[in-house]
Design a binder for this molecule. Structure first.
Ligand code: XMP
Length: 516
């Protein structure tokens, strides 16, 4: 847990797809939040000492046997509780209400009338559009409750207990489609829980620095740098805490983008003056990849080779007991099963930076309570270059899975040059930050073209650009035709060996973001 004296709101997870979103909304209001299992006992909650509790939504029905429940003593704690959707139904049921399936289910945007201004709806208009997603609802409410809002098909769209600090909303204030949703969450935090809002990135950095010092003492920490934002922020934070007791290892596997290796080396060696071990292992990787076409084989080879190179180098760093990793909060949450059963989300990719436990290091994971946007804020506070902080995610196997077919030096060169143009033009058009990931792919075919009066028979480059927040689903970006035109023109004119550019307009699912 972070910040012992910090005010904290906990979210009991009942398996909603929006649970992470609730945590993020709370933090965006400068209040620290953590997601915990719905099985957390009252004794455990007392220890956490939260300012407020939020019960998440969930896919179950409260009236079926084995529906996930929480410790019923919780309502006696006096800590304000906000139940959302399933959380509202459960809380109301625990306090004597009846929940049943509805004749008319509500999904999506729904008109809602607020007929009772409690603190929860302070500064909010009487009529608001809210986001609903339910097939059950509260149908009978004991006298100790008051109704705060209704919709056409839902008489109790929001409720409040008269004597206990329990509030419930049938809709989802955490999704952006709910008008004033953020104000509702803010009202709960500030008006009802009495939070002051002291969750700031600067104080996180201070606390984290203290924690790192406590954990590692005079020990040495090894940190693998990949060129991405997570490992860069991890290293910068640890460097701030222990200075030259940090050693970084950067492996150039020959599959990085143009100037990527130089930039990482420059930032960490010159700007942060970190003890940086840059291993130029291009030949090792490219030799092993010779003749390999299968994407999964490519991934395995690169993963194994990375571990070998890293191990060899780490052994040379004497006295290193700790390994720093840029694990983020979503990875931690994914390993908390919502129903006590197996985790629902199966990770399809393992970052090649993931190192096996047999290396015998103790882990230092200073970002394990942070979301990606918070990591970026910390990166900015720590003075990392803007380009690095806002960089699109880049897969561990790098360009190897963007070259369809065999990886050769000439093909890498073509892809690197094309990718550089894509990114340059996307930046110039001011689109880089609004796109989640954007890159070039080299296809394993040649097509006929005409250049001057000559027939050409050359490579095809595909451009992929997606919008997504979680990378589990994604839509293709509607990049203006003008920008696509400039990109295509420049690639065909400037990248030798390419005579055709195509744009990928597939969504995920059924396609994936990467081509391999
Ligand atoms: P897909 O292609 O599955 O990608 O839609 C989702 C996200 O994961 C990244 N990705 C990887 N990252 N190792 C990684 O570290 C991998 O093998 C890998 N494959 C895909 C991809 O770039 C996207 O952000």
């Amino acid at each position: 847990m972070v910040e012992a004296n910090n005010e904290k709101v906990i979210i009991l997870d009942f398996g909603s797809q929006y649970t992470q979103l609730i945590a993020r909304r709370v933090r965006e209001n400068n209040v620290y939040s953590e997601i915990v299992s719905h099985k957390t006992t009252v004794a455990q909650i007392k220890k956490i000492n939260p300012k407020g509790i939020i019960l998440s939504g969930g896919p179950a029905s409260v009236y079926v046997t084995n529906a996930p429940r929480c410790d019923e003593e919780m309502v006696k704690l006096g800590v304000p509780i906000l139940g959302i959707c399933y959380g509202m139904q459960l809380g109301c049921q625990m306090l004597g209400a009846t929940v049943r399936p509805t004749a008319t289910r509500e999904f999506g945007r729904t008109a809602c009338t607020i007929n009772n201004k409690s603190n929860l709806f302070k500064s909010i208009d009487k009529d608001a559009a809210v986001w609903m997603s339910h097939g059950d609802q509260v149908v009978e409410l004991p006298r100790e409750f008051e109704s705060l809002a209704f919709t056409r098909n839902c008489p109790y769209a929001a409720v409040k207990h008269k004597n206990k600090a329990f509030y419930g909303v049938q809709f989802h204030p955490e999704v952006t489609h709910t008008q004033h949703g953020n104000i509702i969450i803010r009202n709960f935090l500030y008006e009802i829980c009495g939070c002051k809002g002291n969750w700031k990135m600067r104080s996180y950095i201070e606390k984290s620095v203290e924690d790192i010092r406590k954990q590692v003492g005079a020990g040495r920490v090894v940190c693998g740098l990949s060129g991405g934002v997570d490992s860069a922020v991890t290293a910068a934070l640890i460097h701030k805490a222990i200075g030259n007791h940090l050693s970084c290892i950067f492996v150039d596997n020959g599959l990085l983008r143009d100037y990527e290796a130089e930039e990482v080396i420059k930032t960490f060696r010159e700007h942060f003056t970190v003890d940086l071990h840059a291993i130029h292992a291009q030949d090792r990787f490219l030799d092993k990849l010779k003749g390999v076409l299968d994407p999964e084989k490519k991934r395995k080879i690169i993963g194994h080779e990375f571990i070998n190179v890293f191990k060899e180098e780490a052994k040379k760093i004497s006295g290193a007991h700790f390994l720093a990793q840029g694990t983020l909060y979503p990875d931690v949450i994914e390993s908390i099963p919502a129903h006590g059963g197996p985790t629902v989300i199966i990770k399809s990719h393992h970052n090649v930076g993931g190192l096996p436990a047999e290396l015998g290091f103790d882990l230092v994971e200073p970002l394990r309570f942070l979301f990606k946007d918070e990591v970026r804020k910390i990166g900015e506070e720590l003075g990392l270059p803007e380009e690095l902080v806002w960089r699109h995610p880049f897969p561990g196997p790098g360009l190897a899975i963007r070259i369809i077919g065999e990886i050769t030096r000439p093909r890498l060169e073509i892809l690197r040059n094309a990718d550089k143009i894509v990114i340059e033009e996307i930046r110039k058009a001011g689109l880089y930050r609004s796109i989640a990931q954007c890159f070039a792919v080299l296809l394993p075919l040649s097509t006929v073209g005409v250049m001057g009066d000559e027939r050409s028979y050359e490579h095809v480059i595909a451009i992929r650009a997606v919008e997504t927040t979680d990378f589990m689903t994604a839509d293709w970006c509607r990049i203006p035709h003008e920008t696509l035109g400039v990109i295509s023109n420049r690639i065909i004119n400037e990248v030798k060996g390419v005579n055709r550019v195509v744009y990928d307009i597939s969504t995920k699912p059924p396609s994936t973001i990467e081509w391999e």
